[in-house]
Design a protein around this ligand. Structure first.
Ligand SMILES: Nc1nc2c(ncn2[C@@H]2O[C@H](COP(=O)(O)OP(=O)(O)OP(=O)(O)O)[C@@H](O)[C@H]2O)c(=O)[nH]1
Ligand SMILES: [Mg+2]
Length: 221
């Protein structure tokens, strides 16, 4: 039985800010204070996140920095550095997603105080499910889907595709070789997420990449 003592009541209507969301809010403040626009790239393993970022690194040059999330190895960070941008690798040691605290630790080490960096891209661990529940403090969430994965994935993984700002369909050069209905994917994504912006690209041939990079650039203040 509860009495009327207000001190003993818990107002369950008050939203509970999760631990991750508090770290994400700190990241957001850190980044907006430095005028850095932030992307969170999410896809299954091998959809082409790093290849897209390599193209972006050549477009944005040292104005872009990258945080790479992988279970293990520095391989993706090394690729980004070779493409001309500074990169910080987070090895999660088993976790299937990045969380805001890990990103915050990386931000403290990245030395972005000189004002050169206008754009930060975070490549999440390859996974269509776990990363979607963790806000990292980003301004734009990008979901990548590549042609070899199949055109049925959007409704099978709604936690991601209902929360993305941008749907990036990659490996368009493979459309002639595989059964992939691009219109179906776009339609299903819009059914979950009417405001989503869609780009069709090939990071390998460069098709559509200038339009995509231009769109990202137009969002940077
Ligand atoms: N044909 C084709 N291959 C691509 C394209 N983009 C990436 N690839 C290839 O797809 C493979 C995986 O690309 P990555 O960029 O490493 O994929 P990822 O999403 O970063 O992978 P993880 O970091 O392991 O999750 C590589 O062999 C790329 O060369 C594309 O547009 N077309
Ligand atoms: Mg990668």
């Amino acid at each position: 039985m509860y009495d009327n003592d207000a001190d003993r009541r818990i107002d369950i209507s008050e939203p509970v800010m999760s631990r991750n969301d508090r770290f994400a809010a700190e990241n957001r403040k850190f980044l907006t204070d430095r005028n850095i626009y932030t992307l969170n790239l999410i896809s299954s393993p091998g959809a082409g996140k790093t290849t897209v970022l390599e193209v972006m690194a050549r477009f944005f040059g040292p104005g872009m920095a990258v945080i790479e999330g992988d279970v293990q190895t520095r391989r993706d960070a090394e690729r980004i550095e070779r493409a001309g941008c500074r990169a910080w690798q987070i090895e999660t040691g088993g976790a299937c997603h990045l969380d805001a605290q890990a990103v915050g630790n990386a931000l403290e080490h990245m030395e972005m105080e000189d004002g050169t960096v206008r754009l930060l891209a975070i490549e999440n661990v390859g996974n269509l499910i776990c990363p979607s529940g963790y806000f990292l403090g980003e301004d734009m969430r990008i979901g990548l889907l590549s042609i070899p994965e199949g055109d049925d994935k959007v409704l099978k993984y709604p936690s991601l595709f209902s929360t993305v700002d941008v749907l990036l369909i990659n490996k368009m050069d493979l459309v002639p070789h595989l059964d992939f209905d691009v219109d179906r994917v776009v339609e299903e994504c819009r059914s979950l997420n009417p405001d989503v912006t869609v780009f069709t690209v090939s990071a390998r041939t460069g098709e559509g990449m200038e339009e995509f990079c231009g769109f990202v650039e137009s969002n940077i203040s």
